[in-house]
Design a protein around this ligand. Sequence first.
Ligand SMILES: Nc1ncnc2c1ncn2[C@@H]1O[C@H](COP(=O)(O)OP(=O)(O)OP(=O)(O)O)[C@@H](O)[C@H]1O
Ligand SMILES: [Mg+2]
Length: 255
Amino acid sequence: MNNQTTPAAEFVDVTKSYGTLEVLQNLSFSIAPAERVSLIGPSGSGKTTILRMLMTLEQPTSGDIRVFGKPLSSGTGPRLREQDVRAARAHIGMVFQQFNLFPHMSAIGNVMEAPMQVLGMAKEEARAMAQALLDRVGLGAKADSYPSQLSGGQQQRVAIARALAMKPQIMLLDEITSALDPELIGEVLDVVHSLASETRMAMLVVTHEMGFARDIADRVIFMEKGRIVEEGRPDQVFEDPASERTRSFLRSVRR
Ligand SMILES: Nc1ncnc2c1ncn2[C@@H]1O[C@H](COP(=O)(O)OP(=O)(O)OP(=O)(O)O)[C@@H](O)[C@H]1O
Ligand SMILES: [Mg+2]
């Protein structure tokens, strides 16, 4: 099933409401395996909600979400089997704006935790893998440091290593540089760029950094008020947007 024609992730007519507030409206889109998609749009447009639904932290009100062709969530369809949802969900990793590291665990402990707890990996195997991942994000020497002893940029790189430890085929990044001091942003973006060039993970990137959104993406989706307003190649969306709403959004963030 995991061939080129099956999307890595697919939203089919997904609506999400909180009470009477409809935050996503009949949303349909898909991400191909190994595709990098930037999701941009004003605050409150529903970007984080999309990512949280892919993590099954939220359920759609109606519509279906599929991961490599397998059901992840179904708003109105029959109840899905928990083991099937868990299998679909296991393809996906996420890095959050607030790094969300376990404060009482060292950097390497944070990276080892899920492989041991979720996959039942043996401690020494998990440690070796975690060390290799910390090396990869440039933190090999900080393995035994606790989050409180690390800079924001270092903590975020640990969070990336932690997500990679579960070998996701789809990586979700939600404003991963927004909580960082400006001088620490570059080191985190460099890690993401190297992952993009060295792996075939699909990536769905939410960011207010328009340079990053453009550089990382094969495709850019601009959304507003829970709808996709425009999508296309980065050069097309950024240089010559079709919609006046995209145009005015880009003007406002560039200022
Ligand atoms: N748990 C919740 N209960 C009620 N409303 C919610 C909840 N989560 C999100 N919302 C609302 O859903 C809408 C979309 O929120 P979302 O966080 O997806 O926006 P966003 O595009 O990520 O915005 P930002 O750029 O500010 O992060 C907002 O109006 C928000 O207030
Ligand atoms: Mg958000």
